[in-house]
Design a protein around this ligand. Sequence first.
Ligand SMILES: Nc1ncnc2c1ncn2[C@@H]1O[C@H](COP(=O)(O)OP(=O)(O)O)[C@@H](O)[C@H]1O
Ligand SMILES: [Mg+2]
Length: 260
Amino acid sequence: MARILAFTNNKGGTGKSTLCVHAAQLMAQRGERVLLIDLTSQATASSLYLEEAGSLLESETVWASLHPQQQRPLQEVVYSTDKGVDVVPSHSTMAEVAAQLAAAGSLGQDLLQQQLGPLVGDYDFIFLDTPGELNALTANALWVAQRVVIPTRLNRADFSCTEVTLRYIGALKGELTQARTVLTMLDDRYLPGGIWSGSHTGQLYVQAQQIFADVLSPVTIPDSSDLRTAFDYGLTVMEYRPGAVVCQRLLQFVEHEVLL
Ligand SMILES: Nc1ncnc2c1ncn2[C@@H]1O[C@H](COP(=O)(O)OP(=O)(O)O)[C@@H](O)[C@H]1O
Ligand SMILES: [Mg+2]
């Protein structure tokens, strides 16, 4: 039975897709059977894995599987890729699916869970990349996920969106034990003991430890220009620069938060 993880935050640009893709890729490199499902209109993960992602029809993507009036079997839109991760791509019009799911009310909340039924035995891990808002697609992902990873940057705006996200998960699932907040794009020099730890941003790290307490991951993801450049080339950072510091940290992230 696959372990299902959702990457979410009620905010765009916090590093959800980046962390989701790299975690999926690292698990595939360990020999695990991995499925990545992209639920976002940006289709960041889809484009990294599939050259043709931008030209797929709605009917060829997760759009058709989660549209309440279509419900195309999810197995029919799984694509195997040369990076070793199977991918269900998304479409730029996913917002329409979110609206249709919302209109279906509680009936629309577990459609992803139903669609995953025949697939959970075929994979060890299923990664769900969600939109930067708490819409009905996100609710479907949170509903079925056993672990929710919430990437957050070290600033007040991200903190408050992350708190809203945690409250939403608590209300939907009734508990937070499987939620983890991960600080991303964070220069190590701001961490305790670092030369910038006394700065305003350094103090925000201490506040994050208090605000998020038990749900804060001890692993932080450093700001990495290698990672940004790799994505521009359509590569993971492990392919682009395997010796980069960020690769080591991503490995620690999967050991702490994915393999548990
Ligand atoms: N650790 C990192 N270091 C540097 N840039 C990053 C890092 N993580 C993400 N980025 C960049 O930040 C931007 C937003 O990341 P993305 O994963 O698309 O966020 P989200 O999916 O939450 O909207 C992208 O340009 C991405 O390349
Ligand atoms: Mg994204």
